[in-house]
Design a protein around this ligand. Structure first.
Ligand code: ADP
Ligand code: MG
Length: 408
């Protein structure tokens, strides 16, 4: 229970590309409101970390987020980005340095994927070749094949693909800060899980400062290095690591927000990369099925993993299926259970249950095959977590929130 996937290794601060964000006594009073939507919030968001803003509907999460890039102007207080007070600088200039992602990506429907991604680089005056190279790089980063998707329109993409493009667009000019407002609210649970894993992986590479609004506490536990729990008026009830909030909820409000089964939610903290994977027999499209079957039998395995030219799994035929084939096809089998290394064990279990294979293929960076996770390994880890959840898992926090004061 020591660190989450995005926790910062000690002494590794050189790779952080994010900047810290400080809200100092920030208030928003909408016209006609008797009580402020956001009431004197002071909040320190550390550079290179993922901070989740959670709380009930209407508590001021979106208003707080939009004051960071000044889509909403604060009534009072200061906003500091890195060392720079940005409260009064030009808002458009500020927003070019802060990526912003909303539900379903918020893409412009009349623009292609490439045109959507190019918006900020164009405003910054980049030349065509630089924009094109950046677009390719970003589509690759969010796991969309550039040649396939560059010229498509948003309506030709699934919800999850639109969301990926939204993230690519927000990252286009390499901003130090990324703001996301319920980014995965509009997609189905399996797609949401994959997008969450993808974001964790991207953050491993980029080390931005990311602030995410969600009303889903499980999502906050999964993605956050830190969680801020708000109540009405964006009053901070608790600001701590997921581990500590689960172990020591500040009060009954937080307890009720966490919901029942806090112990089981600890499972959302264990990840596929934390457990031992099994090796697998791998094969390539075009190979003779009989040869592959012989290797599978020799290894006493049940399946072979078919990998494409970039070592990404595209299929997972069983012995039985292999015995009925002559050569291995190069078509992608969409039913193949695949989880990323950053997926939680809960997610891995879901994927296995859906596919009823009792195991799932694990992929790493750029979707490359790394091994197989079995249901036995997951059940063993779940038992260990359950046993530990009974104990006091307190102790030193991963960081400090001493700078955070509770206002109001
Ligand atoms: N443009 C607006 N004008 C007036 N009141 C608003 C406006 N936007 C939000 N509010 C009010 O401010 C409060 C906080 O809203 P919001 O920040 O959207 O909360 P959350 O994102 O946590 O659901 C709510 O009471 C909401 O009704
Ligand atoms: Mg909101």
């Amino acid at each position: 229970m020591s660190d989450t996937a995005t926790a910062l290794p000690q002494g590794d601060e050189s790779q952080i590309t994010g900047k810290s964000i400080r809200l100092e006594g920030v208030t928003k009073r909408y016209p006609g409101q008797t009580t402020p939507a956001v009431d004197g919030v002071t909040l320190e968001i550390p550079a290179g970390q993922v901070v989740m803003l959670v709380g009930p509907s209407g508590c001021g999460k979106t208003t707080t987020l939009k004051m960071i890039n000044r889509l909403i102007e604060p009534t009072d207080g200061r906003i500091v980005l890195g060392d720079e007070d940005v409260t009064d600088i030009d808002g458009d200039q500020l927003r070019r340095r802060i990526g912003y992602v909303i539900q379903a990506g918020g893409l412009f429907p009349h623009m292609t994927v490439a045109q959507n991604i190019a918006i900020v680089p164009k405003m910054l005056g980049w030349d065509a070749q630089r924009i094109e190279e950046r677009t390719t790089e970003l589509l690759d980063l969010v796991s969309l094949d550039p040649d396939t998707y560059r010229d498509r329109y948003p309506k030709e993409l699934s919800g999850g693909q639109q969301q990926r493009v939204g993230v690519a667009r927000a990252l286009a000019a390499d901003p130090p800060v990324l703001l996301m407002d319920e980014p995965f609210g509009a997609v189905d649970p399996i797609t949401r899980q994959r997008l969450q894993d993808e974001l964790i992986r991207i953050q491993h590479e980029l080390r931005k400062t990311i602030v995410i609004v969600t009303h889903d506490f499980d999502e906050a536990v999964k993605l956050g290095d830190w969680i801020v729990i708000f109540r009405e008026g964006a009053q901070i009830v608790q600001y701590d690591t997921p581990e500590r909030i689960l172990a020591e909820p500040a009060d009954e409000f937080v307890e009720s927000f966490i919901g029942s089964g806090a112990g089981l939610k600890q499972l959302n903290l264990r990840r596929v990369r934390d457990v031992e994977l099994r090796e697998a027999v791998t094969a390539r499209p075009g190979e003779a099925a009989a040869d592959v079957l012989a290797r599978v039998e020799q290894a006493k395995h049940g399946h072979a993993v078919i990998l494409d030219e970039r070592d990404r799994p595209i299929g997972w035929p069983s012995r039985r299926q292999l015995s009925r084939l002559t050569t291995l096809a190069d078509a992608v089998d969409e039913t193949t259970p695949i989880v990323g290394q950053d997926a939680t064990l809960n997610d891995a279990l879901d994927e296995m249950l859906v596919s009823s294979a009792g195991a799932a293929i694990v992929t790493g960076r750029r979707g490359v095959f790394v091994g197989v996770i079995t249901v036995e390994v997951v059940m063993e880890a779940i038992r260990a977590v359950r046993d530990a959840a009974g104990d006091d898992i307190g102790g030193a926090p991963v960081g400090t929130n001493a700078e955070v004061t509770q206002d109001g």
